[in-house]
Write a protein that binds this ligand. Structure first.
Ligand code: HEC
Length: 419
């Protein structure tokens, strides 16, 4: 949209004079001349840096380096103070007895923040000192000025300068060696940005504010309804994690210290023998209870119920399950061990008890089916079964010995009798 600008006189106000020079030497000489006469507000344009030009124009050194230095020092101090305060003062965190604050550990963040604030100061400084962003300047109205960064040297005297005069300044510039000079003015027409663009930008900015506002509202507002949680995963589980809050206890810790005086069940002295079949940790050689004939009977019945299916009535490992498995040629079936062979024969009773309790290799545990006392009764019966094949004369009661001897003698006559 083009809008005409109205002035009392027809041409728009003069902004300055642009004078063209044929090289850096004349440019520098002209700048020196202008300065000597007393002009202060003028600018030199050259396609490349001209040494000494800055000085003859009477320009002061830029303060940008000092600004960058200040930014860097600020970043450095902020980083150090922040780390010192958070780690050593606000929330002291002991890690392996290391000091709460030490310089080497804090160098990386200090360095990063130093660079960051230094760079931001440089960027912001350039923007401010150069009046950026500036999309248009009246000097762009001079057609020749388009050569300024290519192959032409210019001096532009600002109309704001108190000594400025349209004709006198132009004459002075020509006397200082200018090849030509040209007035440049405010543009006759001003191109305005279409109203749609700022309106859209404002709308987008307003909309962009909504998410952070919404997040802030959600974060700080208290609600009684549970928050919206569309993907549940397994986020809600009725369990406590370490270091969490539990309203159940007075001190609200969910991690509970050990109750004073508590002893684990396994450590009950006197019962280790009964429950684990151990005496001073190796398997027990003795029974934890007095051995009676009722116990033997009970053991036999329990053995017949629980063990015969695999180990057989006499303990030879030829139980009906095993026979069936071999008939069917089950590839994974392991023959139950004969209870009459080594190593079972030499095992202490505690170890037999442990085999029933925990199972062994392919034999399952019978802990849940057989109560502790019954397990010991079965062990007693297994011992009796074993003894039945390995008895000596000493095991035979006195009055039966004579009877036995006669059998032995009569057997002696049979040719294939065992020795
Ligand atoms: C389901 C079949 C099955 C039953 C029932 C069973 N066992 Fe076994 N038992 C086995 C098998 C199989 C082995 C051999 C395990 C191996 O070598 O992998 C075995 C091994 C053993 C051993 C030898 C352990 C060792 O140290 O090598 C003993 C002792 C034993 N059983 C006792 C018993 C007693 C007592 C019962 C009754 C409570 C019982 N078993 C019930 C299948 C059974």
């Amino acid at each position: 949209m083009l809008q005409p600008e109205h002035h009392h006189d027809d041409s728009p106000p003069v902004v300055g004079i642009l004078a063209e020079f044929d090289g850096p030497v004349t440019l520098k000489a002209a700048a020196t001349g202008l300065r000597q006469v007393g002009y202060a507000k003028f600018e030199a344009y050259s396609p490349y840096p001209v040494h000494g030009l800055y000085e003859v124009m009477g320009r002061k050194r830029t303060t940008l380096p000092r600004l960058v230095l200040a930014g860097g020092i600020t970043g450095c101090l902020v980083a150090l103070l922040l780390q010192w305060w958070t780690n050593a003062i606000d929330y002291p965190y002991w890690i392996s007895g290391k000091p709460l604050f030490s310089l080497p550990a804090n160098i990386p963040i200090t360095f990063e923040l130093l660079i960051l604030l230094g760079a931001l100061a440089a960027f912001g400084g350039v923007m401010v000192f150069c009046n950026l962003p500036q999309l248009y300047h009246p000097i762009f109205g001079c057609v020749k000025f388009r050569q300024s960064s290519t192959d032409t040297f210019f001096l532009a005297v600002d109309a704001d300068d108190p000594r400025f005069d349209e004709t006198a300044t132009a004459d002075l510039l020509r006397s200082l060696g200018a090849e030509s000079s040209e007035l440049y003015r405010q543009p006759r027409t001003v191109k305005r940005i279409p109203g749609m663009i700022p309106a859209t930008a404002a709308l987008v900015a307003a909309l962009a504010l909504l998410p952070p506002l919404w997040i802030a509202q959600v974060r700080y507002a208290r609600k009684t309804s549970p928050r919206i949680h569309p993907i549940l995963d397994m986020d809600f589980q009725p369990k406590y994690l370490p270091q969490q809050y539990s309203p159940l206890f007075k001190d609200t810790r969910d991690m509970r210290p050990r109750v004073a005086g508590a002893v684990s069940v396994d450590a009950i002295i006197g019962h280790v023998h009964l429950l684990r079949g151990e005496v001073d940790s190796p398997p027990a050689d003795t029974f934890p209870m007095p051995v009676t004939s009722e116990m033997m009977l009970r053991g036999r019945r329990r053995y017949d119920i629980f063990c015969t299916t695999c180990h057989g009535l006499a303990g030879d490992g030829d139980g009906i399950t095993s026979q069936l498995a071999f008939e069917r040629e089950e590839p994974k079936w392991v023959k139950p061990l004969s209870l009459h062979d080594q190593p079972v024969l030499g095992q202490p009773v505690g170890q037999l008890y442990q085999t029933i309790t925990h199972g062994i290799r392919t034999m399952p545990s019978y802990r849940s089916q057989i109560p502790v006392e019954d397990r010991w009764a079965i062990v007693l019966y297994v011992r009796a079964l074993q003894r039945s094949r390995n008895a000596t004369m000493d095991d035979v009661p006195g009055e039966l010995k004579k009877h036995l001897k006669s059998i032995e003698q009569s057997d002696a006559g049979i040719p294939n009798a065992k020795p």
